[in-house]
Design a binder for this molecule. Structure first.
Ligand code: SAM
Length: 348
């Protein structure tokens, strides 16, 4: 009769192959040490906070240097190829300088004032006035009867005459022209003072979403997605006999201002009245400042309502603070102190 193994040891010992049995004690202690180490690791990782969404920032490669405390930056696996994900507790770039304050301040070699219009006609209109042969019959058929005094907003305020008389501009840049009310007023005021400035009207001539609801009698119905603001503006200018002075530049304010800067086209007087949200106004004011001649004046509309406080007024106030200028409220308008000499071009 075979001796019976001790109770309890039978199944486990017999399950272990005979050649492993001598090492059983060492294997068991290794497993115990491993289990303790693993448990400790789990414990410590569960007490460390995982990054919350607010601590995970998408950082474009070109902006990475702006972070004060960028730690580990790794390519984002599921983001765009140009993005990286950085986990950091730093919330925002240090300031300044960062892009909100980084605008070109020096522009091209100045074009003489009397060469400004020919230069722009050459660069933008193949050397031909856009008014030549305007309006062609198919466009004329779409337009409202031209108005020499179109509708605008504070477009004939006293500020225009006061500044034109003080600055006696040879070149005026207007940001936001709409139907031409303020541009035509500036042309009329200038003529009364025996001045004949080039008035460059930068506007994309798209208005804003649903703008026509308020201007059905002033702007024709859109045609194939075209707001028809540009031809209506041109018709109004031509009807007022101001087409020799008032030139539309039908582009976004930012792209047109950057081109003027590149080409050395400067203004003595700049009126800002395009986008009224903070970022549009901030960008317009900063980009336009570069093409304002030293001694020139920048002014604009919408400094008087609570809505302005959210956009235009905050942008103007901040700009004046950054540049050490003063802001003078003038009716519905704001006027900045003249651009100091020693900034940008001084040639006329
Ligand atoms: C308030 S209206 C200008 C009114 C004009 N100054 C007057 O008194 O009659 C604003 C104009 O700015 C233009 N505008 C707005 N944002 C623009 C942008 N980013 N680029 C070009 N034009 C823009 C619109 O098309 C619109 O015609």
């Amino acid at each position: 009769m075979k001796p019976r193994p001790p109770a309890g040891a039978s199944s486990s010992a017999s399950a272990v192959p005979a050649r492993v049995r001598p090492h059983l004690a060492r294997i068991t202690s290794f497993l115990i040490v491993f289990a303790i180490g693993y448990s400790l690791g789990l414990l410590s990782s569960s007490t460390r906070p995982s990054p919350r969404p607010s601590q995970t920032t998408i950082v474009r490669p070109h902006a990475a240097h702006l972070l004060t405390d960028a730690s580990t930056t790794v390519p984002a696996s599921n983001a765009t190829a140009s993005a990286t994900v950085t986990t950091t507790t730093t919330s925002y770039p240090r300031s300044p300088p960062h892009d909100l304050f980084r605008f070109r301040e020096e522009c091209g070699e100045p074009v003489a004032s009397d060469a400004v219009v020919p230069t722009l006609l050459e660069k933008l209109f193949d050397g031909e006035s856009p008014y030549r042969g305007f309006p062609p019959p198919h466009t004329a058929a779409l337009l409202h009867p031209a108005r020499a005094r179109p509708r605008g907003w504070g477009s004939t305020g006293a500020v225009f005459a006061e500044l034109i008389e003080a600055v006696r501009p040879e070149v005026i840049v207007e940001l936001g022209a709409f139907l031409g009310a303020s541009a035509l007023h500036m042309a009329a005021v200038s003529q009364n003072l025996s001045l004949s400035p080039a008035i460059l009207c930068i506007d994309d001539f798209r208005g804003w979403p649903a703008f026509r609801d308020r201007f059905r009698r002033d702007v024709p119905p859109p045609r194939h997605g075209d707001a028809l603001l540009l031809p209506q503006f041109m018709a109004n200018v031509a009807a007022a006999g101001a087409d020799a002075n008032v030139l539309p530049l039908p582009f976004s304010t930012a792209s047109a201002l950057m081109a003027l800067c590149e080409w050395g086209v400067y203004a003595d007087l700049i009126e800002v009245d395009a986008g009224h949200d903070f970022h549009s106004a901030w960008s317009d004011i900063n980009l336009a400042w570069a093409v304002l001649r030293p001694g020139g004046v920048m002014f604009g509309h919408d400094y008087f309502t609570s809505a302005d406080d959210r956009g235009v007024r905050r942008a103007v106030t901040l700009f004046a603070k950054v540049k050490g200028l003063t802001v003078r409220p003038h009716g519905q308008h704001w006027v900045l102190s003249p651009k100091p000499h020693g900034h940008g071009s001084s040639a006329r």
